[in-house]
Write a protein of this length. Structure first.
Lengths: 399, 266
């Protein structure tokens, strides 16, 4: 029995078009259904496979073909097959599995040896492949997380300890310090960051001046904009903005560089030469950041105050000289030095975070990416936390 | 580390267990490498060859057992002492592992700079000589990113040789090299041994190199999690009692089975 007799349609077309207009056009692919012919022969349901089977096309569904029939015995027959690939294999497998489930006899002996061989491989895979259970219960997860946290804490403590030992060693023997690398890094993280730090600081100064101008004007206290901008810039924003820029710019670069060096076994090569990676790679970078950060913060302070001056001149009509004199009365050396102490600490922290993440990166491209992300996030977190500690500390000290 | 006492073996490994984060990958590793020997660690992919190497040179701490270089225990020594001992050991990494921010000359000069009292001119001279030894004269000022994989490997070897080490470890020296370059590297290893009396430990699965230059091999196996054979590879190929060893060395063909099949049936 044929499911759909398309052949008759074809001959009909040929009959009405004697010129055979269709001969030149692309052969029309047979609809999917014609690839399987179902015939009943006594107890047997004969399934004849024919046509072209390609994995990129939709294959006929066995259940749809059956359409509710419940044969007692199924036999697959090799018909006029033009071409076949895994699509046919999957179909035969589907039939076999269905027969298996329904306890129906399935005769595959008429199929060629090649297909049977492939089918056996598929059956083996299907029976042996057990999806492994990777889920864990709640307590195990808590335990693992706690172990992980402990290991990470220990790791960070070890790293900081190594840095301290290395710093004392290098202080005793300064000729062992990689001065050239350190100067290179200073160039990279200091001089090269001037444009971006300058632009951002100037705009921060402008924004603060605008915001405080709105408030001050109501009291006729326009000139105190200089106090607000000067104090906030020098005590807080200068160091903070510089640190945030360098966390994104330099901390990420440290992590990526060291992570890549680790992936390329360059760190191993240092270790097997008996050179401590911390001495060789970490110290020059941390010193570079610790030195350059206060300098950049000072530069940032100047540009922030300059930004405030511009707004005062343009919007509030305060002459620059008056603004400058007012700024000088508002800030003193202790304000500037607290900012610079903070900047130096931020520099060391950003450097530590970047180098630590880089040295602990996994040996792969994705690992380096994660290390970089984590370096920036850790750097920012350390900046904010330490800033809060500094705020409390300076308050107690009365600086 | 007494390199003058010639009765001591260069490397003495006893009951070593290696693995990462507490999980044992290979265990009960015991072998000795004689002075001036070219010793191969062989085995299929994933059997722990490179892991063993990392544990031997101290990049990972062994789970159990001891590693002795010239009679002195390495893995239980203090880290300062370990660094001292590592000066007499060179390692050639798979990809060369050159420091990418330094030129080839600076790469080779760095160990000299760290550990020798030589002045700058002498260091440069010596480094140039080491580069010439591996066939890289004229490439002194190149950076690692500017040269090919084979050249990186050779430059890495020049750096490993900078301090005239007593033992050199090679991690898959012929991986990724064309047959000719790989052969040159083999010849270089033999030359080094003959000229300088270095002990060479090579991790490899390159059969051509194994048969060409190995004095002795140990074979690791993933299932056995340890050594399954030790000896001269040419002898092992035909006479090993373990079919896995004969098959590996015969590139999938077992010499004994073949011989049995060729025998005329009575």
């Amino acid at each position: 029995m044929r499911l759909r007799a398309n052949d008759t349609k074809f001959s009909f077309l040929h009959a009405v078009c004697p010129l055979n207009l269709f001969a030149m056009s692309e052969p029309i692919p047979p609809p999917p259904e014609t690839r399987v012919l179902l015939r009943t022969q006594g107890e047997w349901l004969l399934v004849e496979l024919q046509g072209a089977w390609r994995i990129i096309e939709t294959r006929p569904s066995w259940l749809a073909l059956l359409a509710g029939r419940e044969p007692a015995q199924v036999k697959l027959v090799w018909g006029r097959l033009d071409d076949w690939d895994s699509a046919l294999l999957l179909f035969v497998f589907e039939v076999r599995q269905w027969c298996h489930a329904k306890k129906v006899i399935c005769d595959l002996s008429a199929l060629p040896e090649a297909l049977q061989k492939l089918l056996r491989q598929l059956v083996v895979v299907n029976e042996t492949a057990m999806p492994s259970d990777r889920s864990r219960d709640f307590l195990t997860m808590v335990g693992l997380a706690a172990q992980d946290l402990w290991a990470k804490t220990k790791d960070i403590a070890t790293f900081v300890g190594e840095c301290v030992i290395s710093a004392t060693n290098l202080a005793k023997r300064p000729h062992k310090f990689r001065w050239r690398d350190c100067l290179d890094e200073m160039q990279q993280c200091g001089a090269m960051a001037l444009p971006i730090v300058g632009l951002i600081s100037l705009l921060v100064g402008v924004i603060m001046a605008y915001q405080s101008a709105v408030l001050m004007r109501q009291f006729g206290a326009d000139i105190y904009v200089a106090d607000a901008v000067g104090l906030v810039m020098v005590r807080e924003m200068g160091a903070m903005m510089t640190a945030i820029i360098l966390a994104g710019r330099t901390g990420a670069a440290f992590a990526a560089t060291l992570g890549n060096m680790k992936a390329g076994e360059e760190i191993d090569a240092l270790q097997t030469l008996g050179i401590r990676p911390v001495d060789f790679l970490v110290m020059p970078r941390i010193v570079a950041l610790g030195v350059m950060m206060p300098l950049l913060a000072l530069y940032s302070n100047a540009l922030g105050i300059f930004g405030g001056m511009l707004v005062s001149r343009g919007v509030l009509d305060i002459p620059p000289a008056a603004y400058w004199v007012q700024t000088l009365t508002a800030i003193d050396l202790s304000d500037i030095s607290t900012g610079l102490i903070k900047a130096s600490a931020f520099g060391v922290l950003v450097g530590l975070a970047g180098c630590h993440r880089g040295l602990r990166a996994e040996r792969s491209a994705a690992g380096v990416g994660r290390a970089t992300t984590s370096a920036v996030v850790t750097g920012l977190l350390l900046i904010i936390v330490s800033d809060a500690i500094f705020a409390v500390m300076f308050n107690i000290l009365g600086w | 580390m007494n390199t003058t006492d010639h009765s001591l073996p260069a490397i003495d490994v006893a009951d070593l267990a290696c693995g990462y984060s507490g999980q044992v990958l290979i265990k009960d590793i015991t072998f000795q490498v004689k002075r001036g020997e070219i010793f191969f660690v062989i085995g299929g992919s994933g059997c722990g060859k490179s892991t063993l190497l990392r544990h031997l040179v101290g990049l990972n701490a062994p789970i159990a057992g001891t590693v002795k270089f010239f009679g002195e225990c390495f893995n239980t020594a203090t880290s300062d002492r370990q660094r001292e001992m590592l000066k007499r050991i060179g390692v050639l990494y798979q990809g060369g592992a050159l420091w990418s921010s330094l030129s080839l000359l600076e790469n080779v000069m760095l160990p000299l700079e760290e550990y020798t009292p030589l002045d700058a001119a002498e260091r440069a001279e010596l480094a140039c000589m080491k580069l010439a030894q591996v066939g890289l004269s004229g490439y002194d000022s190149y950076y690692p990113s500017e040269i090919s994989g084979g050249m990186k490997k050779r430059a890495g070897l020049a750096r490993a040789l900078a301090l005239d080490p007593a033992i050199v470890f090679f991690d898959e020296p012929s991986a990724g090299l064309d047959p000719l370059t790989s052969r040159r590297l083999d010849e270089l290893i033999v030359n080094l041994r003959d000229l300088l009396g270095m002990t060479c430990v090579v991790v490899s699965h390159e059969l051509a190199s194994i048969f060409a230059i190995a004095d002795r091999v140990i074979m690791l196996d993933k299932q056995a999690k340890g050594i399954i054979a030790e000896g001269d590879p040419r002898v092992l190929l035909t006479e090993s009692k373990d079919a896995r060893v004969r098959e590996f060395l015969g590139r999938g063909e077992d010499a004994q089975t073949a011989a049995r099949q060729n025998q005329p049936s009575p």
